[in-house]
Structure formats: structure tokens, C-alpha cells
Design a protein around this ligand. Structure first.
Ligand code: S3P
Length: 178
């Protein structure tokens, strides 16, 4: 498939399926898969919960920015961005550079059924604020190039929809040149 984007970046709220869809999508495209949160944990030698607890959220956001910069240099990758990464303008712009960005839009009911309140995601501990946080973040997620409904269907179906979008965009670009 000619001229596919060198990176496909999945953005959206916690629990919208970025990791499970991302792994499948990477396999379909023959790309590597990168999970921002896991990269941050590997580099820090600590869990996300520990980074939030010991250093605070701003320090975590700075780590996200550094990771987005490192990822912007890689080719043939599907990236699952952390749920807050795309809301920070500098990190967002690094994630957007040369990439196709995809918002996995998911309704709150589905999100709440998927995200455990076990402390592994510090901002999911208080379910009462998740609704407000989602509303506050939606304008940022909307800045993604395309939006895919991730509330319905299996991760495989969502990944298939994204492959269809990529193929459609590639075909459109090619026919515009003829
Ligand atoms: C966060 C989402 C998490 C993780 C951190 C903060 C957020 O990532 O980066 O707990 O601000 O929404 P996932 O979206 O992969 O759960």
C-alpha cells in the first residue's frame, strides 16, 4: 500500500480501547506497536501510579512530552497515546507531526465498564469527575484527523474500520494526482 502514514496515533479517553485496538491495527499494517504509558514506565523504572504519587501530574505530563518527541522520530508505528497526552498542546503537536491521528470516541458508560478503579490509572480513581474530565477533553480529541466510533464492536472491528479509512485516504490521494 503506497504512501501510508509513517505513524498512526490513537487518542482518546482511558478505556476507549487504544491499546487493544492498537496492537491489532499494528499487526494488520505490519507496523510496530508503541504504548506511551508503557514506554514511560520502562524509562522511569516506575509505574504511572508511582510517578503521579511521587512526582505529581505535571512531571508525568513532561515525561509524556519527551516520549511524544522520541516517537515522532520513529517510522511504521502504531502509537497508543495516554488519555491526557493529546490535551497538552506541545505534546499534541509532536504526536500530530507526520502522523495520522485517530480519535477512538467512546461513550462514558462503556468507558466506566472497562476502566478498573484500582489505582492503576490515577485519574480514574474518582469516577464522579470522569464525566467532567471527558467533556473537558473532547475539544482536544476532536483535533484528531479522523474519528472512529469505539463504543460499538470488538477491537478487531474497530481496527478494521481504521484500516478501511487509511486505505480510502491513500486511494483518494493517489486519484487526486492522476
Ligand atoms: C491518563 C490516562 C492513562 C495514563 C495516565 C493518565 C489520563 O492512559 O496516561 O493514567 O490523563 O487520562 P490510558 O488512556 O492509556 O489509560
Amino acid at each position: 500500500m503506497p504512501e501510508r502514514p509513517p505513524r498512526v496515533v490513537l487518542v482518546g479517553f482511558m478505556g476507549s480501547g487504544k491499546t487493544s485496538v492498537g496492537r491489532l491495527l499494528a499487526r494488520r499494517l505490519g507496523y510496530g506497536f508503541e504504548d506511551m504509558d508503557r514506554r514511560i514506565e520502562r524509562r522511569a523504572g516506575r509505574t504511572i501510579a508511582e510517578i503521579f504519587r511521587d512526582d505529581g501530574e505535571e512531571a508525568f505530563r513532561e515525561r509524556e512530552r519527551e516520549e511524544a518527541l522520541a516517537l515522532s522520530l520513529l517510522q511504521d508505528r502504531v502509537v497508543a497515546a495516554g488519555g491526557g497526552a493529546f490535551t497538552r498542546p506541545e505534546t499534541r503537536s509532536l504526536l500530530q507531526t507526520g502522523a495520522l491521528t485517530v480519535w477512538l470516541r467512546c461513550d462514558l458508560e462503556r468507558i466506566l465498564s472497562r476502566v478498573p478503579a484500582d489505582g492503576s490509572r490515577p485519574l480514574a480513581g474518582n469516577r464522579a469527575i470522569m464525566h467532567a474530565l471527558l467533556a473537558e477533553r473532547e475539544p482536544s480529541y476532536r483535533m484528531a484527523d479522523v474519528v472512529v466510533d469505539a463504543s460499538a464492536g470488538t477491537p478487531r472491528e474497530v481496527a478494521d474500520r481504521i484500516v478501511g479509512l487509511i486505505e480510502g485516504r491513500t486511494r483518494k490521494r493517489m486519484s487526486a494526482r492522476r
